[in-house]
Design a protein around this ligand. Sequence first.
Ligand code: HEM
Length: 374
Amino acid sequence: MASASRTFARAAFKSTPATSALTISTRNTGFTIRQTFRQQSRRGYASEPTKSSSSGLYISVGALAVAGGAGYYFFSQGNGSLLSGSAGETKGIFTPKFEDYQKVYNAIAERLEEKEDYDDGSYGPVLVRLAWHCSGTYDKETGTGGSNGATMRFYPESGHGANAGLVAARDFLEPIKQKFPWITYSDLWILGGVCAIQEMQGPTIPYRPGRMDKDMGACTPDGRLPDAKQGNKHLRDIFYRMGFNDQEIVALSGAHALGRCHSTRSGFEGPWTFSPTVVTNEYFKLLLDEKWTVKKWDGPKQYEDMTSKSLMMLPTDMALVSDKAFKQWVQKYAKDEALFFKDFSTVVTKLFELGVPFAETTEQGPMVFKPTTA
Ligand code: HEM
């Protein structure tokens, strides 16, 4: 059933000019079509602009961040043993097991599509971006940054330009944290990314808990995440610093099959593919098969496809085809989706574990969650 619906989704969203035209012509009246797609594929495509401005939410998140930061000290202890109950309560030690994490996974999965008018109908893409931005601050030389800490709860990291808009993902996960207070923010944010990838029909991402939240003193300096305006040298500088190689940079970039850019967040605008809520290798196919030209507009330099003029690529995306070493991997992943899924799973697992001293905090092996769509 899952694979049948995936085939349907892929076929329906395949980026041929014919389906491009179909998708574009339904941009404004897309509700019924989207519903039909969603019923059959459990995924949809919508292209309404973001309805809510995220700027007004900063205050509430600031407050939550402070409260959450304090809450952590009451709820968690070392060695994976967590105290239950509210502040000051010390009776009863709760050690979460696989089933408990699966419950958190299910609670996230259940809400991914709760708001029809949020972006393309799913919080999945922005959850993937949150998990990546926690992890991608890692510096292998100093051992600082990475997914162990959830320091984006605090200003200044929450205010770094690269993190603009991620308040939507943090706010989405806050009620889950309230429901399962024993999980750390850093484990929860990564579990959100794992859940989103699997629920959007991507590969299995094995998950290990054990991250500990840190205080604001552990915030990383601005500038550790990639700048989309730059090129291949910058990509290598940034990702080599985290410990990745060329093949891994390309595989990770395949995440841009998902989601979209928002002019209110990064300044860039538009989705990369016609199926922004389904994990596919479409990003690589489009990079090679479409003709990309510089978009004429007031915003920062970005590219648009000549066929439909509704898709986009960032300068850093285009670097993957202008650089020979990167391009050979783009070609491999465009040809072979199974290879992309395999490599994407491996490299995302590595990304999500950057900077986490598992041996000290947990003895649990990798967990494999059952997708709710299976
Ligand atoms: C290669 C360097 C990268 C650059 C320069 C880059 C840049 C960007 C930018 C500018 C956006 C738009 C943000 C917005 O306006 O909402 C974005 C979105 C996104 N990025 Fe990346 N990114 C990179 C790598 C990655 C990686 C490694 C992943 C995950 C493994 C990822 C996952 C995503 C996702 C899922 C979105 C969509 C978010 C949404 O729909 O809200 N990106 N990225």
